[in-house]
Design a protein around this ligand. Structure first.
Ligand code: NAP
Length: 495
């Protein structure tokens, strides 16, 4: 028997799936209305259609959630690693079984094409499988003091109740990447998904309930009042850790709040990825990598290639080939077959992308392809390649978050590294070269947490994902992902 085959056929209707979703708050394993009875609206960015009304949690609801997480922590910490592991493994199986439903929800609420949404289901589910395996491998240490008079027994246990806050761009995976290690480590949680994409999270929570997660371990408050709800948790004195994925701006607010109660903090923040194409690169491979690094999620990814630094000798060839590939893409509703590029998430995102393109052109860039929005409702933007982009363009120092590839020629390695590192961010860099020495040299010099070497994709649950500088603190995934949710304790034992 295979447990990993999707249960429903392709083309599952999002409206039907969403109509069957629970859209209340999830407190102590019960679906409840917000105390004030309020709801907020979730819309489809491709059509403007209202998809659902979701419970709009208040500070009173936040308080109920954190109290529930606090009350459940002691018993949850005592569960066996195997029990926690098997809950995660069952949830993994259920996610895979429901691939089509989850993908349909994700495409409807944030716009990514169905094929990409299915890819995110597989990626997001894998965090549960990975951490189900890590749950039973939490190790400690045993040594003696230097003078031989004492034994040192080192154990590791859950850090305690955690505050989890996620963005809209990867509605499933950003949740599983936190919930997976928190469950494995034995932490309880309060969780606030992004207001634009709460439906995928609610479907995930239902799966965890079915997988046997005990009451109070995960408590979810959907809300239109992020700062009030999360602020309540941060000042509660009950939460011992915050794990946030989102903008650097909000990350800094949470770090300030975390300081008040000296909370452990993991921050996955913004990026400004350089994509370096050296003179000796295989250009076709670089173009393949560029398509992946730029267009995954319509460019709305922290890992999106933001600045294409291309050696002057190959800049024309790279630009022409990239423009040809980008102009062949189909822009449309992500739920329709054949769509390569869905809508951006909202009007503000669309306006921002257009303003970056206009600014770059004013400063001397040429539009090779795109540079406009297609004539249709929804927040669509045409895949765009800009050549000869000037270093003082606004998009050089901001996240574009759209399908726009600015090409900046460089003359030597030093210049490429100087431009690449000239940013407060340091999440990921991409490097295309066939010279192993150059690859290692430039890889060392890039001020980032991750390097894609001749590839446009670095995200994998088995790898430590995270950034340096203002891209964040800590790592998610890989062998170290669980460490973020564990504390050391040592027992001194005289011999
Ligand atoms: P965002 O505006 O920072 O929002 C992220 C989350 O924080 C949302 O749930 C949001 O709630 C909540 N929030 C907003 N203001 C808050 C406050 N004052 N206190 C507490 N919570 C608050 O980011 P976004 O626009 O959703 O996501 C895009 C950003 O995420 C980009 O910068 C991207 O690079 C980054 N990102 C980073 C990674 C990574 O792994 N490094 C991965 C994905 C995305 P509302 O939805 O209600 O506003």
């Amino acid at each position: 028997m295979t447990l990993t085959a999707p249960r429903t056929p392709a083309g599952t209707d999002a409206r039907t799936v969403i109509a069957n979703l629970k859209t209340g708050l999830f407190l102590s394993n019960e679906w409840v209305d917000a105390t004030e009875g309020k709801t907020f609206t979730v819309e489809n960015p491709a059509t403007g259609e209202v998809l659902a009304q979701v419970a709009d949690g208040s500070v009173a609801d936040a308080e109920r959630a954190i109290q529930a997480a606090g009350a459940a922590q002691r018993d949850w910490a005592k569960t066996s690693p195997r029990e926690r592991s098997e809950i995660l493994r069952r949830a993994y199986d259920l996610i895979i079984e429901r691939t089509e439903e989850l993908a349909a929800i994700m495409t409807a609420e944030m716009g990514k094409p169905l094929a990409e949404a299915r890819g995110e289901v597989a990626y997001g589910a894998e965090f549960f499988r990975w951490f189900s395996e890590e749950a039973v491998r939490i190790s400690g240490d045993y040594t003696t003091t230097g003078d031989g008079k004492n034994r040192i027994l080192v154990t590791r246990g859950p850090v305690g109740p955690c505050v989890l806050v996620t963005p809209w761009n990867f509605p499933l995976a950003m949740g599983t990447r936190k919930i997976g290690p928190a469950i494995a480590a034995g932490c309880t949680m309060v969780f606030k998904p992004a207001a634009q994409t709460p439906l995928t999270s609610l479907a995930l929570v239902q799966i965890l309930k079915e997988a046997g997660l005990p009451a109070g371990v995960l408590n979810v408050v959907t809300t239109s009042k992020a700062s009030a709800v999360v602020g309540n948790w941060m000042s509660s004195g009950i939460a011992r850790k915050v794990s946030f994925t989102g903008s650097t701006e909000v990350g800094k607010i949470l770090l300030t709040q975390a300081a008040e109660n000296v909370m452990r903090s993991s921050m996955e923040l913004g990026g400004n990825a350089p994509f370096i194409v050296c003179a000796d690169a295989n250009i076709d491979r670089a173009v393949d990598g560029a398509m992946m690094a730029k267009l995954r999620n319509m460019g709305e990814a922290c890992t999106a290639a933001n600045r294409f630094l291309v050696h002057r000798s190959v800049a024309a060839e790279f630009t022409e080939k990239l423009a040809k590939r980008m102009s062949a893409l189909t822009v449309g509703d992500g739920s329709e077959t054949g769509t390569d590029i869905g809508p951006l998430v909202d009007q503000a995102g669309l306006d921002k992308v257009q303003s970056f393109v206009d600014d770059a052109v004013e400063r001397g860039a040429s539009v090779v392809v795109g540079g406009n929005r297609p004539e249709r409702p929804g927040y669509f933007y045409t895949p765009t390649v800009l050549s000869d982009v000037s270093a003082d363009s606004a998009l050089m120092s901001a996240e574009i978050f759209g399908p726009v590839a600015p090409v900046i020629p460089f003359d030597d390695e030093d210049e490429a590294i100087r431009i690449a590192n000239d940013t407060e961010w340091g999440l990921v860099g991409y490097l295309f070269t066939q010279d192993i020495d150059r690859a290692l040299r430039l890889g060392d010099e890039l001020e980032v947490g991750m390097v894609g070497l001749n590839t446009g994709l670095v995200s994998n649950p088995a790898a430590p994902f995270g950034g340096v500088k203002q891209s964040g603190l800590g790592r998610e995934g890989g062998k170290v992902g669980i460490d973020e949710f564990l504390e050391y304790k040592y027992l001194a034992i005289p011999r």
